[in-house]
Design a protein around this ligand. Structure first.
Ligand SMILES: [Zn+2]
Length: 485
């Protein structure tokens, strides 16, 4: 038997001004793409040959340019047609939060599944693994046979989930039976920052899902938090339960209702975990913290969720504040023109320049006078270098600003080393993040999330949603649970 496999992941924030282009994607083909999907052995150990198409992935970004999307999907469709006569099933790793310019249905995943079904018909088994921050609808679920997302946020179980979904597809290929996911779509939209899996209610929801899956009537169960950074009629959370056999559908509907009801009854627990406050309060509390290292996450400019990294809000707050002699690092401010200017100076030079691209109030320029102390590498993740970074120490303060040429999210110690600084030399470090990422948690003595304005503003209740289902919690206050669709 043969399975066709493809990967396309993108999380698209329409409040980011720059659209994502094809060259922003990591594109791999054939065997290389299959290696990146991490499921080859799951299929091959069962004698199933994999026909890989494309691996297309991009860090959270703005909306995708239409041509870029058509290139990726065009490749999947073309490969599918070329192998249609030999494949027995389809395995997909998608995100669920892609947004494509010029696509009436907005979501690339929803468009892709519709196009795939048009080609292969309604009966070929399709298994779909998603990120929990994707929008699931009954329509999308009706086009696949197996549908499951990661449990954990931060996503430490991505590869595990991809493999679990692959194993379930192997099961279905070896023992064909009608299989249709049951969806309970909830009128709840919350951001990742309010649905971290270490906190309630996600911790209990995940426990309910795990318990449900111990019953052999439940083939798979997952909770989809959803995504709200672009306008679409598909917004909202969803519980998805896949019955093992057709006769298990009634039981699985009960399970889905029970978990959906739990989420609804506990929706008031979808709140920020830990410390949070506005920019001024965040700076004040981080300065007041005795010990190190304190971390302020600039949540409105969260590069890990696609923001530009151009925000100067926290920097301005720090400059206006008495830092009490503390050493502070702002990592960083994305300003390619400032990088260009700084590249003309040697280390040790005194520099005066305006920092901030000035695209709007969030990125308003700040006059900086200081010393260029370090030139390093701006590294994405733990390795890939995207240009030079510059550390400028502001005159008469312990405040260092890292000026960067891209929207780099600093989270790994290796990234600070690449920039030529030591994270723990500082009392306070500011990063472009929302909830504290896995790598920073053990390094951080005190964390406060600054509720700053920007493309990933956490106070999303003020966004002008027009196409979504209403009433929708927490935009609307209602007692009764009304499923969407
Ligand atoms: Zn996610």
């Amino acid at each position: 038997m043969k399975v066709f496999a493809a990967h396309m992941t993108a999380e698209c924030n329409e409040h980011v001004s720059r659209d994502a282009r094809l060259e922003d994607f990591l594109l791999l083909y054939g065997e290389e793409s299959l290696d990146e999907m991490c499921v080859r052995d799951v299929f091959e150990n069962r004698g199933i040959e994999v026909v890989p198409s494309i691996y297309a992935a991009i860090n959270p970004s703005g909306m995708i340019e239409h041509d870029a999307y058509e290139f990726i999907v065009g490749r999947i469709i073309e490969d599918l047609r070329a192998h249609l006569d030999e494949i027995d099933a389809i395995y997909l790793q998608l995100h669920g939060a892609s947004g494509v310019r010029g696509l009436d249905c907005v979501s690339g995943e929803h468009d892709l599944l519709r196009r795939i079904r048009e080609i292969v018909g309604v009966h070929m088994p399709i298994a779909l693994a998603l990120d929990p921050h994707g929008n699931v609808t009954s329509e999308l679920a009706s086009r696949v046979n197996i549908l499951r997302c990661f449990r954990e946020s931060p996503h430490i179980d991505t590869v595990d989930t991809w493999r679990i979904v692959a194993e379930k597809l192997v099961d279905l290929m070896g023992h064909r039976r009608p299989m249709h996911p049951i969806v309970r779509k909830l009128p709840i939209i919350v951001e990742g920052e309010r649905s971290v899996s270490a906190n309630e209610p996600m911790r209990s929801i995940n426990r309910l899902l795990d318990e449900a899956e111990t019953d052999e009537r439940v083939f798979s169960a997952s909770y989809h938090v959803g995504y709200l950074r672009h306008e679409d009629d598909k917004l909202g959370a969803a519980v998805v339960v896949v019955p093992n056999e057709p006769a298990d559908a009634a039981w699985c509907a009960e399970v889905a209702d029970r978990i959906a009801r739990y989420a609804w009854d506990h929706r008031g627990e979808f709140v920020f975990g830990g410390n949070y406050g506005d920019a001024a309060e965040s700076v004040r509390r981080a300065v007041a913290f005795e010990g190190k290292t304190a971390v302020i996450t600039d949540s409105g400019d969260n590069c890990g969720a696609g923001s530009s990294g151009c925000g100067t809000v926290i920097l301005r707050e720090l400059l206006a504040h008495d830092l009490g002699g503390k050493r502070v690092l702002v990592a960083g401010v994305n300003d390619p023109a400032a990088c260009e200017l700084l590249s003309g100076f040697p280390v040790g030079a005194h520099v005066s320049f305006a920092l901030g691209v000035g695209e709007n109030e969030v990125s308003a320029p700040v006059e900086i006078s200081g010393t260029l102390t370090v030139v390093g590498d701006a590294a994405v993740g733990s390795q890939k270098v995207v240009g030079s970074s510059y550390i400028v120490n502001v005159d008469g303060t312990g405040l260092d600003v890292l000026v960067m040429p891209h929207n780099v999210q600093y989270g790994h110690m290796e990234q600070f080393h690449a920039a030529g600084v030591e994270f723990h030399d500082y009392d306070i470090v500011v990063v472009k993040m929302g909830y504290l990422d896995t790598y920073l948690i053990p390094e951080t003595a005190f964390h406060i999330m600054a509720l700053t304005p920007g493309p990933t503003d956490q106070l999303y209740e003020k966004l002008p949603f027009r196409r979504i289902f209403r009433p929708m919690w927490p935009l609307d206050q209602m007692d009764e649970l009304i499923y969407i669709e």
